[in-house]
Design a protein around this ligand. Sequence first.
Ligand code: GAL
Ligand code: CA
Length: 330
Amino acid sequence: MRKVFILALTFLLVFSFTASADEIKIGSCIYRFNDAFMLRFRNAMSAESEKLGAKIEHADGQDNQITQNEQIDKFIADGVKVLIVNPVDRMSSQLIIDKAKAANIPVVFINREPPEEILNSYEKAYYVGAKAEESGTEAGQIIADYFKANPAADKNHDGKIQFVLLKGQNGHQDMILRSKYSVEAIKNAGIEPVEIASAIANWDKLQAMQIMNAFTMAIGPENIEAVIANNDEMALGAVEALKNSDYNKGDKNFYIPVVGVDANASALDAMNKGEMLGTVLNDSDNQGAAAVKLAYALASGGDVKSIGYEITDNKYIWIPYQKVTRGENK
Ligand code: GAL
Ligand code: CA
């Protein structure tokens, strides 16, 4: 009996040893740590890895593709079983795929969508993200709904919306498609959008604030009827600039509706204070969980079809966006 017990104990010890030696290591490459939305994304991936008992390590690409390439090489040399990559430059995804392919490990891209032909060049390459056009459409609809509910928002009474557009990093699918589809959505709602100024502010609050300060000085805040920003950080930068001109401080007569995308806590806070009109939830919790579940299944030989997220074309997991407004804005 005793012998059996000892044997069982030995087995348990050996087993638990092998289990930890076999622990799935995930190498995660983030384009830049200092990005409010990617911080949410990173936290969601860490939480899911912990749930699954996988080990995830995040590397900060510092917005530099060469730095990120080196981090990928290092993860591969360290023996990670799978890569999750938020490319600095999505057009450089082929090089990343080539590295993963040579090491025969799967790669799950997130947040920055590689061109289709690049993703299709490797059967173990996937993309987890959200459809950029959806967020653009929803942001535009928030603005259109506001104009319909508040006719006085058309300050110059011309039936059109004179708007300022603040754009994310050049070439990013979210910069291109959010810009295009938010304008499109206003048109589809039957109102003519008129772009009076636009600039690239690289997802960044400070850059957006400086640009918006210059715009309000040049144009006059009374001539701006809406601000459309490709993300919340830039929307909040615009709000800061408007506050410098004594707008968006709570007086309805000195107010310009501002929309963003992401639904970061700071944006929800600004909405509650009446400084910002609305945003669109960029669901980092689900994108992060889906990316890690997929990576884990790929690395451990599990069934990718049973991770609880639908995979389209054997390649894509799409997480829906969602409009976020305060009731009284409607
Ligand atoms: C977007 C997000 C931005 C920024 C960007 C980084 O989806 O809305 O705030 O994080 O990704 O690639
Ligand atoms: Ca107008």
